[in-house]
Structure formats: structure tokens, C-alpha cells
Design a protein around this ligand. Structure first.
Ligand code: ACO
Length: 436
């Protein structure tokens, strides 16, 4: 880290001597005040639940400017990556910092496709789940279980183990998500087809069956690939921070990624795409576009507990750039499938228009996030709503593993161990049970 020109001076109103704290600058974005010695110097902690002002690490992978609505992977704008690259090129970029050339891409694609199958034993493990189990419950279990199958790559401190685990995770996630889907549908699992693209193979494993030939629709293949690119990384979000914290104990990469899957499940994070589509379907049942005003009144009523899912973001206080790209993809997919008049798409457009003009949303800088349109695209492709978050997990796996590997390779890396402001009872004695 390079020192910034300034130092921060912390002074106290009670006469305690002030202290100077180093300030560091990144390549872009806010500077940080280094408080690591604060406790040693003052006996005090900082307090920042929800990490509103706390940088938990240094990272050179992804940068977001929430006010501008800008997202860069290793310096490249998301719009350019989504237009000129495919998902595996993006994976290469996130993992190794460079976009591959032709030979590098061919090599990387070969390495990933070599690992698309999962151990045959995995299907017996899957059978232990109820058929109606939520796919994210299944994915949490299956991803964690990978550590039991790959004993040769569980040492997080070995760079070769980290690399092969990264490749295995990226290669096997589509297979596991498709297996979870086929299991719930009562259909036979389809083995991966390594002649297909990453997205094409996923479509094949999801929608092919052993009785008929399945032809991958190139528009859907490209749409899915774009969904993967847009979800590939998003700096220190809740699930990525979970992966880093979990991995900081030295646990194996599969266990750390399983923790990320579990965190992503929540409706305030990756579960929002499922929640958003459910919301659109509920409004549609209530009467559709005609009921948008009534629904918005509920959203604005703090006592209702209703949120406009797919809107708002901790970091973006402007349009989420991924939402714009997703809206474009959404149109393309609906046109390709002859669904231009899809009522849920129309409803989403009506909700977005009203929200963007409404004072409640304008004042709070609430804009559509990526999940607002991704659910409509996935539904049009034929992916069931309950699987949306698992598709998100599939795409985010590369980001999680790139961030985990960056952390382990950082000389400043330590086990994560937050502090607390204790507000409970001071020491007291246990009374015999008869006197309590
Ligand atoms: N609908 C209605 N009001 C909202 C929404 C929303 N979607 N999002 C935020 N607000 C309101 C809050 O009630 C709050 O109002 P107040 O200041 O009057 O109390 C204000 O806007 C600020 O919101 P916070 O909850 O403080 O913002 P925070 O940064 O903590 O939350 C979050 C961000 C969790 C994403 C939130 O906007 C939300 O719940 N959105 C809906 C869920 C969603 O779409 N999540 C996906 C996130 S993107 C991703 O994971 C890919």
C-alpha cells in the first residue's frame, strides 16, 4: 500500500492525548485510515456494524464506483467485457489478472473442460435430499462435499492446490446446479458435453434428456453467458466477505466456497432475483400493471415490511451498470423466443418507470440492481425460479475463489477476527437452581 500525503489525527474531547494514524491511497477510490494499531495505542476499538465505512482488505480485482454506476474487473469496464468477451475469458481475467490471448484461452478452456464431471459418488449423496429441497440447500451441501472428494487439493497454503481447486470449482458448479435441477424434476442427470461452450454445456445439462437431440439456442447461450459475466465478481459483498472470513481460518477452498453459497442464499443478497420474480408474479396475480400504484404505496409504507425487490444497493447510488446490460439481454431473449409481450417484463418496466420518478426512490437513490431483470431472463430460458440463486452462485464462484486466493497470497493476511462493543451483563455469580 502506498502512503497518502496526509495523516489522520484522532483527538478526544476528554483530554486523552491525540494520536496520528497512517492514511493509504489505492489506485482509485477512497483512501483508507489504517487503524490496526488503534487498540494498542488507545485501548479502543472502532464500531462499524455492516461495514459501512470499513475496508476489510486490500484488493486489485474488482472496483465499483457506486455514485457513477461504474463496475471494473481488473480495470476493464463491465460493459466492454459483457460485449467483447465470454465468461471463461472473464474467469481467466479475474483469476490471473489478464485477458487471455488465443492460445491462452484455448489452454484455459481445455483445463476447465477437463474437470466438468463430478465423482459418480456425488449422485448418491444428492439422493439423500428430499426431492423438494431448495436448490441452495442442496448446493451448500454439494459444494462442501467436494472437499471429501478432492483430498489432493485442500491445502489452501499451496498455490498449486489453490489453482486446481479454482479450476475444479469453476468446472463443476454448472454440473452440480444442473444435477440439483434434474433431481428435483425426477429426470436423469445429463453428463457434461465438453464440445459445447461453458454456457451451452449448462443449457445442455439442464434441458437435454437421453431420449432426444438437444440443440443449444445461440441467443439463450449468449444471454446465459452474459448473466455469468455480470455476476462473476462484485468486490467485498456479503458472500465474498464470508468466503474470505471462512477461508482466513485456513479451511479448504471447497468449504470456504460452500460458506459463500450459504450467504448468497439470503433475499437481501443473491436470493433477491428469486424474490423479485415472486414479487412480479404476485403483482400480476393481483391485477398486473393496474395494481402498480397500490403496490408502490405498500413499499413506501415503512410498517408494511414490503420492499421493491431488485431495487436498491449498498454501494450503487446510481443505476447498477449490470441492470442496464441485463435489460438489453432481457429484450433480446424475449424477442428471440417470441415473448415480446411478456406480461412480467411489461410489469417490470412499469414498476421501474414509476420508481425512477417517485420521490421516495429518488431521495434514497434507489435504482434497479442486476436482479431486477435477471429473473425475467432466466424464467424465459426455462430456469425455474427456485434455481435462480444457484445460477448466481455458479457465476460468482470464480469471484469468490479469486478473492480467496488473493487473500491467502497477501503477506498481510491474518485470520479474520472482528471485535465487539459489549453491552451484556457484567460478571455475576450463578445461583443454585432453587434460588433463581
Ligand atoms: N424498497 C423500498 N425501500 C428500500 C429498498 C427497496 N428495495 N431498498 C432500500 N430501501 C430504503 C430503506 O428502507 C431505507 O429507507 P429509510 O432511510 O427511510 O430507512 C433506505 O432505502 C436505505 O436502505 P438501507 O436498507 O439502509 O440500505 P442498505 O444499503 O442497508 O441495503 C439492500 C441495501 C439490502 C440491497 C436493500 O436496498 C434491499 O433490501 N433491496 C432489495 C433486495 C435486493 O434487491 N437485493 C439485491 C442486492 S444486489 C445483489 O445482491 C446482486
Amino acid at each position: 500500500m502506498k502512503p497518502a500525503d496526509t495523516q489522520a489525527t484522532l483527538s478526544f474531547s476528554n483530554g486523552r492525548p491525540s494520536i496520528d494514524l497512517p492514511v493509504y491511497g489505492g489506485s482509485i477510490g477512497p483512501d483508507v485510515i489504517d487503524i490496526r494499531k488503534l487498540y494498542a495505542q488507545t485501548g479502543m476499538f472502532t464500531y462499524d456494524p455492516g461495514f459501512l465505512s470499513t475496508a476489510s482488505c486490500q484488493s486489485s480485482i474488482t472496483y465499483i464506483d457506486g455514485d457513477k454506476g461504474e463496475l471494473l474487473y481488473r480495470g476493464y469496464p463491465i460493459e466492454q467485457l459483457a460485449t467483447h468477451c465470454d465468461f471463461l475469458e472473464t474467469c481467466h481475467l479475474l483469476l490471473y489478472s489478464t485477458l487471455p490471448d488465443v492460445a491462452g484461452k484455448a489452454d484455459f478452456v481445455k483445463r476447465v473442460t477437463n474437470h466438468t464431471m463430478v465423482n459418480e459418488q456425488m449422485q448418491f449423496f444428492l439422493r439423500g435430499f428430499r426431492r423438494d429441497a431448495h436448490p441452495m440447500a442442496i448446493m451448500t451441501g454439494l459444494v462442501g462435499a467436494l472437499s471429501a472428494f478432492y483430498h489432493d487439493s485442500t491445502d489452501i497454503h499451496n498455490p498449486e492446490h489453490r489453482d486446481i481447486s479454482a479450476i475444479r470449482l469453476i468446472a463443476k458448479m454448472p454440473t452440480l446446479v444442473a444435477m440439483a435441477y434434474k433431481y428435483s424434476a425426477g429426470q436423469p442427470y445429463m453428463y457434461p458435453r465438453n464440445s459445447l461452450s461453458y454456457a451451452g454445456n449448462f443449457l445442455h445439462m439442464m434441458f437435454a434428456n437421453p431420449c432426444e437431440e438437444y440443440v443449444v439456442n445461440p441467443v439463450l447461450e449468449r444471454a446465459l453467458d452474459r448473466i455469468f459475466i455480470l455476476h462473476a465478481d462484485h468486490e467485498q459483498n456479503a458472500s465474498t466477505s464470508t468466503v474470505r472470513l471462512c477461508g482466513s481460518s485456513g479451511t479448504n477452498p471447497f468449504a470456504a466456497i460452500a460458506a459463500g453459497v450459504a450467504c448468497l442464499w439470503g433475499p437481501a443478497h443473491g436470493g433477491a432475483n428469486e424474490a423479485c420474480l415472486n414479487m412480479l408474479e404476485d403483482i400480476q396475480k393481483m391485477g398486473g400493471v393496474a395494481k402498480v400504484g397500490e403496490f408502490m404505496n405498500q413499499v413506501k409504507d415503512k410498517n408494511s415490511g414490503v420492499k421493491l425487490m431488485g431495487f436498491g444497493h449498498r454501494v450503487y447510488k446510481n443505476y447498477d451498470p449490470r441492470a442496464k446490460l441485463m435489460q438489453e439481454t432481457c429484450r433480446e431473449v424475449l424477442v428471440a423466443l417470441g415473448l415480446e409481450n411478456d406480461p412480467l417484463f411489461k410489469l417490470a418496466m412499469a414498476l421501474e418507470k414509476i420508481a425512477l420518478e417517485d420521490d421516495y426512490f429518488v431521495q434514497r437513490k434507489l435504482y434497479p440492481n442486476v436482479d431486477f431483470y435477471s429473473g425475467i431472463v432466466q424464467r424465459a430460458i426455462g430456469i425455474p425460479t427456485s434455481l435462480f440463486t444457484a445460477v448466481f452462485a455458479l457465476a460468482r464462484t470464480v469471484g469468490w475463489i479469486a478473492q480467496l486466493n488473493e487473500m491467502i497470497g497477501d503477506p498481510e493476511y491474518k485470520i479474520g477476527r472482528p471485535r465487539q462493543l459489549f453491552t451484556g451483563s457484567t460478571q455475576r455469580d450463578v445461583l443454585p437452581i432453587s434460588q433463581r
